[in-house]
Design a protein around this ligand. Structure first.
Ligand code: GDP
Length: 310
């Protein structure tokens, strides 16, 4: 299976949810037949109440023969390297910026971390339909922000798309014919973002997102670093410093298909998946085959970022 793993970075209200909905619709992902375990998005009441993204979540769309896993990044100041770990699952980021507002604190906060991890950004100037859009200025602001965040020359050479998530299009020019839909965005992701690098060896996955599920218990999401994983497989969990946390069996392997989470028979290296059945393993632990004896390297833990102004 051809894969791409990306994150979308956006300040609250810049249109991330609307964009992902259109990507799902236009890729036809909604029509897929699937065995649904639960709805992945909108699962958090607090989030719905506040109307902001608190938890990182994943979704995936099929474009041509490639599955694009899309990871959501929390825009708030994090603790314990959460944003870095989430960004470590992906090979590219889409930085979505409102054409009127320009880059905002949450854009800066997450982009800073993405650039530091060496990710190559794609910039998407969104809401160009707004009468108060300042497209050229906003592109310059994004460039200045990246430069201020010590972007490399390669990162500064970012491709730009313009469009309106709400109206369902993204194109290389703000004046493009809008019937192109999201195809330019999908094609750019396939071209600009590298496929996930995978290592040889037995199953290993760094625990990245932890959730409690009323039916399945603890669910750990991560990117499979090597090997494959199946339900019923024996698993060992190692802490960051290599201590044995627990051994056990996987009850379910879940993949993100559209907005749903689906039980699958096997997941391969490079894919972003979730596993259930291990009651103790947590974020930053390594979930692996019993033959493995060294944990994967988690991103270093940063002190919480206090100031988000620029
Ligand atoms: P999120 O907080 O980043 O997930 O943003 P949402 O997708 O919830 O969108 C925030 C607001 O912006 C909503 O009222 C959307 O209808 C609006 N919006 C989203 N995309 C566009 C767009 O392309 N143009 C305009 N004018 N408004 C948009």
């Amino acid at each position: 299976m051809k894969l791409r793993n990306i994150a979308i970075i956006a300040h609250v209200d810049h249109g991330k949810t609307t964009l992902v909905d259109k990507l799902l619709q236009q890729s036809g992902t909604y029509r897929e037949n699937q065995r649904t375990v639960e709805r992945a998005m909108d699962s958090n009441d607090l989030e719905r109440e506040r109307g902001i993204t608190i938890l990182a979540k994943c979704t995936s769309v099929m474009w041509k023969d490639t599955r694009i896993n899309i990871v959501d990044t929390p825009g708030h100041a994090d603790f314990g390297g959460e944003v870095e770990r989430i960004l470590s699952m992906v090979d590219g980021v889409i930085v979505l910026v409102d054409a009127a507002e320009g880059p905002m604190p949450q854009t800066k906060f997450v982009v800073g971390k993405a650039l530091k991890l060496g990710l190559k950004p794609i910039v998407a100037i969104n809401k160009v339909d707004r009468p108060d859009a300042r497209i050229t200025e906003v592109v310059n602001e994004v460039f200045d922000l990246f430069a201020a965040l010590d972007a490399t020359d390669e990162q500064l050479d970012f491709p730009i798309l313009y469009g309106s998530g709400k109206n369902g299009w993204m194109a290389e020019s703000p004046d493009a014919a809008h019937d192109v839909g999201m195809q330019p965005l999908f094609d750019l992701v396939l071209k600009h973002v590298a496929p996930p690098t995978v290592e040889q060896g037995p199953f290993r996955m760094l625990g990245t997102i932890l959730e409690a599920n009323p039916y399945l218990g603890r669910i750990i999401t991560g990117r499979v670093a090597s090997g494959t994983v199946k339900p019923n497989q024996s698993i060992k969990v190692l802490s960051r410093d290599g201590k044995l946390v627990e051994t056990g069996r996987i009850s379910k392997v879940l993949a993100f298909r559209g907005l749903e989470r689906t039980a699958i028979d096997e997941a391969e290296a490079g894919d972003i998946i979730a596993i259930a059945g291990l009651p103790k393993g947590t974020v930053a632990d390594t979930f692996c085959d019993p033959s493995v004896d060294a944990p994967l390297q988690a991103q270093p833990i940063d002190p919480p970022t206090v100031s988000m102004s620029f």
